[in-house]
Design a protein. Structure first.
Length: 374
């Protein structure tokens, strides 16, 4: 095997004030086709990076002096094609979105797997050589989604990647995992954030009223329709429409929904006026929609219209490391709601919570804590 030629060698600069992290990454990236340089402080690195940018920059967020996001902003202002991988031990939604907002190529929560880090750097090198621009994310409000578990980090990354787009998203996950919160975060971190977010749970609406709920009705359209009513599509115009438990739609309603998605227009029930809308559609289900397609219970063409970009929300049992933070967050909310001053849960109680399988997921945890608080 011959050594990589100099033109094949990619220069990677790592900026982190944690000596152990620099040591681990320097050795993980010690490859024939990678030339790795480690720098302790962002303010020391800035001038050198501006004058001689690397192929890939890997930087921590929280450091003395200039932080990683500021470093990324200044360097990318001069070199907008430079892919930047942002690392942080504070792996929450705000950090993920702030990273993408600054144009990060990818977000790497600590602790990380060294093989994953190496693969990520190689992707960034390929990206740089193809001269593609990194993802950018507009500012927005933060939905209350928390979690440092790897599966939740994938959710945060997906929200960051989608924040600049209007494409349709299908959120999959068991009941009680927080699919609506993910939908809210997608809306809040999107170009439509200043427009309406309209949610409708298909499982909570009688089947004979679904069409009226979705598309509205005119006065006299059916018994009890005493006045004109706008449907959720119309109310969500220029914003986001979230259809939860979309698998509960009848095949007839699925057909009508498909037509509206394709044409972006509809008529109210009992009306003849064509109403055009511009919405971002986010759907969710705790069912495996592909299996329901195979069973003849869900239209294949509608499935592919909805499943443009899937997001999988993990069950609580798959993210038990988030339990202390979830409990603290829920108790803080309950204190405000109930006028209590509960300080927390004992270590013995926390162990019991973490030993349970949580079939009802975060919703079940919230219900148990609220009952105990009362």
């Amino acid at each position: 095997m011959t050594e990589a030629t100099r033109t094949d060698v990619a220069r990677v600069v790592i900026v982190d004030d944690d000596r152990a992290i620099r040591w681990v990454l320097e050795r993980a990236l010690a490859q024939p086709d990678l030339d790795v340089e480690c720098i302790e402080r962002a303010d020391t690195a800035l001038a050198r990076l501006l004058e001689n940018p690397p192929d890939v920059l890997v930087t921590d967020i929280r450091m003395p002096g200039i932080d990683g996001l500021d470093l990324m902003s200044r360097v990318r202002a001069a070199h907008p094609d430079l892919p930047v991988i942002v690392m942080t031990a504070h792996s929450d939604l705000d950090s993920a979105v702030a990273s993408y907002q600054g144009g990060a190529f990818e977000y790497l929560p600590k602790p990380f797997d060294v093989d994953e880090a190496l693969a990520l750097v190689r992707r960034a090198v390929a990206h740089a050589r193809e001269r593609q621009r990194p993802v950018s994310v507009p500012e927005g409000l933060s939905a209350e989604i928390i979690g440092e578990a790897p599966a939740m980090q994938e959710v945060f990354r997906a929200i960051g990647r989608l924040s600049h787009s209007h494409i349709t998203v299908l959120i999959n996950g068991e009941s009680g995992t927080g699919k609506e919160r993910v939908a809210q975060a997608l809306h809040q971190h999107s170009p439509r954030s200043g427009k309406p977010f309209i949610a409708l749970n298909m499982a909570a609406i009688p089947r004979d009223l679904i069409e009226s709920e979705l598309f509205g009705h005119e006065k006299g359209a059916f018994t009890g329709a005493t006045q004109q009513r706008k449907g959720r599509f119309e109310l969500a115009h220029q914003g986001t429409l979230f259809l939860d438990e979309v698998a509960e739609l009848s095949l007839e309603a699925q057909s009508k929904l498909l037509r509206v998605i394709q044409e972006q227009s509809f008529e109210r029930l009992g009306g003849s006026e064509t109403i055009k809308v511009n919405i971002r559609l986010v759907a969710a289900s705790h069912h495996d929609l592909l299996k329901r397609v195979e069973q003849g219970l869900f239209r294949m063409d509608l499935y592919y219209r909805l499943n443009v970009f899937p997001i999988q929300v993990p069950p609580l049992r798959a993210r038990l490391e988030d339990m202390p933070e979830l409990v603290s967050h829920i108790l803080h909310s309950l204190n405000r709601k109930l006028g209590k001053k509960i300080r927390g849960v004992s270590q013995k109680g926390l162990k019991k919570l973490m030993a349970y399988s949580w079939p009802g997921n975060v919703r079940e945890l919230q219900n148990i804590l609220e009952r105990e608080a009362i």
